[in-house]
Design a protein around this ligand. Structure first.
Ligand SMILES: [Zn+2]
Ligand SMILES: [Zn+2]
Length: 833
């Protein structure tokens, strides 16, 4: 292993600072036993007692002596129980970026480090149960007084068979979970709880293999010893395979039995050994041909600019703004190749890799064994192997989703972030972090180049390019002179006026679906919603109702017929008729993908219809199969949510219909307009990627909305100019920093009481008025998984001051005896839902 042996000197670490993956931002000091002192490294995992239980933690500092001024008492410091690695899984670079994430996003460092490592690498701690001396004494009495009692049976079992793993023991005594009387025995001191650690769950997969010993010499051997026909066959097969093979493969290929291998091994003709088997996520995938595309002038210019920055070996961020179909992927691929040519590593982040089986196959075809693939639907074993190949340097390129930003790529040269505006780069659970922003900081620390790619850059990134903070690269045209797809709006107010009742599909869209099918081409039908539809929308005039303070949609609460702002808690009575046109049709109820699929099946019984949504996404293979079937033309029409809009390239799709764009516009999120704009621009890009012209139909009650108008005209700049003005006027990013503080509790009164206290503490800490504090207000999902959710929104022109106000408020709240586990802090929230 390539780690330098430390000499025992004054600097020999006697203590380690350890962070644990728990809801604590503190780190803890442990003594290192002599056997571990020499081999402990920063970033290695250890098992140590935290509170009552041993846990896996990570070494974040090694100390030759206790820090001066520490309040720790030598005799109270516990010892590290086990060191799990001598070669630390967290490299110096990864350790450093996790520290930044913990600090910037106010997240527990240990949780970030756990998120940075492949799942299943951590040791698990098992609880076991054992009988005590007191228990043995009690058992003797019980055997005579009440031999059939459950307690007697349990103690007898423990006395005769020794320690049991707790859940196995419960199973043995016929209990589903730990029964009360068992806990009682522990309290009485008859039994005790023992913790056992089971280190690394996931490890390399191994198999038996054999190697031919000195193949030149075996001629002479065969002269002395008789070689059977099957032995000769085995030797020949081995020779043809560079003298080495897995035993199982050899048995099959040479049609021999195990005994032949054993005899050859005994005679020293072959040696047996164990080898690692790579669990390859793409082992059974068909790879595409590695095509060589001729770059357009714009692609060449963009690539040159990236290569120039790469050769300077300094940090830089470039924004590659390329319309859909302009060939960004080809630029990414060559930029990564350029990094490899300079002997540096490359990283490519994508929002949803399970959605892009075609992309991962294409990169694999190009980079072969040099690429490692990371995403959420890999098995633990596959993920471990891909990570190990990067860690060891066998792979130099990583393609992955969010958490791949922590991949141990060596000597990182370039980071590509495709669809940089996508909200799935944000982790929506602790540790909350944004992989795009983290990647930029990582690149800065490692002097690498970042390429942010998008057809619809986020407002923040385009703003940075405008200010000259990012270098701007533009691909204004589609490759092969393909025309941009036309997007047309269908005015659902007219449809409503004609039919006098709400319709899911307009006649125009139904007609287009039939025509597309008649031509033998494919269609996509998209819903722009996420199960969230309680808002007011007038079906006669398209009017919706916004908060007078915050410029976001008000949410309709049906039970008490009121409208609420989820940012500032503004309340108003829901009107009975439209304030603009006096129509009475002012509610909105959306349909789900399933209902849409049902409706289409009834209407078009001969169409082969596929569906993709959150449910199917959970089943990885089903999901990939549906996409690949659609790609092969075995499905005529695909129904799905916005995830279908991302990054697919289906040349035979000539119609895309969006049936509920208004539901997306009405989300109580200041980015709702930006998201709707991005969605439509992207879906327009999905149609007509091949040689056939595409058509995009958007059903809306809001045809005058600026996001829709600019999206239909494919006018990014027009949208940006209008949207950035709203952001400036109403105080939203990029002009202010935001933090979202969420209080959750099973009890509604407790949740709002804590939120009120939090507000008071924030106001108290905000004496300089550096922040605006909004709320508490009910969160858009006011009840989730049995918890009531109340939120506060904080805005400030200074991110630094905002952080110190939040830190001071939380500190004071905790000092006053509040449990902060019910409070989560999100810095730079992306989704306000
Ligand atoms: Zn109206
Ligand atoms: Zn408001």
């Amino acid at each position: 292993m390539p780690f330098p042996a430390q000499k025992s000197t004054d600097s020999t670490p006697l203590y380690a600072q350890v962070a644990f993956p728990v809801h604590l931002s503190k780190t803890f000091t442990y003594r290192l036993p002599p056997s571990i002192q020499q081999v402990a490294r920063l970033g290695s995992r250890v098992v140590a007692q935290l509170g009552a239980k041993p846990l896996t933690g990570y070494i974040v500092a090694l100390l030759p002596h206790l820090r001066t001024g520490t309040s720790l008492i030598e005799s109270e410091i516990k010892e590290v129980q086990e060191l799990l690695d001598v070669d630390p899984p967290l490299t110096a670079e990864v350790l450093e970026i996790t520290r930044w994430v913990a600090d910037y996003y106010a997240a527990p460092w240990g949780e970030v480090m756990r998120a940075a490592l492949p799942a299943g690498i951590n040791a698990t701690v098992e609880q076991a149960i054992a009988i005590t001396a007191k228990g043995r004494e009690a058992l003797m009495d019980l055997e005579t007084s009440s031999p059939d009692q459950v307690r007697t049976v349990a103690l007898r079992l423990l006395a005769s068979e020794g320690e049991f793993e707790l859940s196995a023991f419960c199973l043995r005594i016929g209990a589903a979970k730990t029964p009360q009387w068992l806990r009682q025995m522990e309290t009485e001191g008859l039994t005790e709880r023992v913790y056992r650690t089971r280190p690394t769950v996931t490890r390399a997969k191994r198999r038996r293999a054999i190697r031919l010993v000195d193949s030149e010499a075996d001629e002479s051997k065969s002269n002395n010893q008789h070689v059977t026909e099957s032995q000769q066959r085995a030797i020949e097969v081995l020779r043809a395979q560079q003298n080495t093979m897995a035993v199982s493969d050899l048995l099959k290929a040479a049609h021999i039995s195990e005994s032949v291998v054993r005899t050859l091994a005994k005679r020293g003709v072959v040696t047996e050994f164990e080898e690692d088997v790579r669990r390859d996520p793409l082992s059974r995938a068909e790879l595409p041909d590695t095509e060589i595309f001729k770059l357009t002038k714009a692609q060449t210019d963009a690539l040159r600019a990236i290569e120039k920055r790469l050769s300077e070996k300094a940090f830089a961020t470039l924004l590659l703004h390329g319309v859909t179909g302009s060939g960004k992927t080809e630029v990414y691929l060559r930029a990564m190749q350029a990094a490899l040519d300079l002997d540096r590593g490359a990283m490519m982040l994508v929002p949803e890799i399970a959605l892009t089986p075609i992309l991962s196959r294409r990169l694999r075809a190009h980079f072969g064994g040099q690429i490692a693939i990371f995403h959420s639907s890999l098995s633990k074993g596959e993920r471990f192997d891909e990570w190990t190949r990067l860690r060891g340097g066998a792979a130099r390129v990583v393609l992955g989703t969010r958490s791949a930003v922590f991949a141990p790529v060596r000597n990182l040269g370039v980071i590509i972030i495709d669809e940089e505006q996508d909200s799935s780069y944000r982790q929506e659970e602790s540790p909350f972090y944004n992989a795009r922003d983290t990647a930029i900081v990582r690149a800065q620390k490692e002097s690498a180049v970042v390429v942010l790619g998008s057809a619809t850059p986020s407002l923040e990134s385009f703003h940075n390019a405008q200010r000259g903070k990012y270098e701007y690269l533009h691909l204004p045209e589609r490759v092969a002179n393909r025309p941009m797809a036309r997007a047309e709006m269908i005015d659902m107010r007219e449809v409503f006026a004609r039919h006098k009742k709400p319709a899911v599909f307009s006649d125009d869209l139904l007609k287009a679906i039939a025509e597309t099918h008649d031509r033998g081409e494919q269609s996509i039908i998209l819903l722009n919603r996420r199960g969230y539809s309680s808002f007011i929308l007038c079906r006669s005039c398209g009017e919706s109702i916004n908060c007078p303070n915050c410029d976001v949609s008000l949410t309709y609460h049906q039970t008490d017929r009121i409208l609420i702002c989820h940012y500032c808690n503004h309340h108003q009575r829901a009107p009975r008729q439209c304030p603009a046109c006096a129509s009475k049709y002012i509610y909105y109820v959306g349909e789900g993908t399933e209902q849409i699929e049902e409706l289409l099946r009834k209407r078009f019984p001969t169409l082969r219809i596929g569906r993709i949504d959150r449910d199917t996404k959970a089943r990885r293979h089903q999901f990939e199969k549906t996409l690949l079937d659609f790609d092969k033309g075995e499905i005529d029409l695909l129904v799905g949510t916005q995830m279908l809009a991302k990054g697919h390239d289906f040349p035979n799709v000539t119609l895309v219909g969006v049936v509920s764009v208004d539901a997306g516009l009405a989300l109580p999120d200041f980015r709702a307009a930006e998201r709707a704009f991005q969605l439509i621009t992207q879906v327009a890009g999905r149609a007509g990627r091949g040689d056939l012209p595409g058509r995009v139909l958007i059903q809306t009650y809001h045809p005058h909305h600026y996001a829709l108008r600019h999206a239909c005209a494919q006018d990014y700049r027009g949208f940006y100019d209008e949207e950035i003005r709203h952001r400036r006027n109403h105080g939203y990013p990029p002009f202010v920093a935001l933090a979202l503080l969420l209080v959750r509790h099973k009890d509604a009164a407790r949740a709002s009481a804590t939120a009120q206290e939090l507000r008071l503490a924030l106001v108290e800490a905000n004496k300089d008025h550096a922040c605006r504090i909004l709320g508490p207000a009910p969160a858009p999902f006011a009840r989730l998984r049995g918890e009531h959710r109340v939120q506060l929104l904080i805005k400030s022109r200074s991110r630094k001051q905002m952080r110190s106000v939040i830190d001071a408020a939380l500190h004071n709240l905790q000092k006053a005896g509040n449990d902060l586990r019910s409070v989560t802090v999100e810095i730079d929230p992306v989704s306000m839902m």
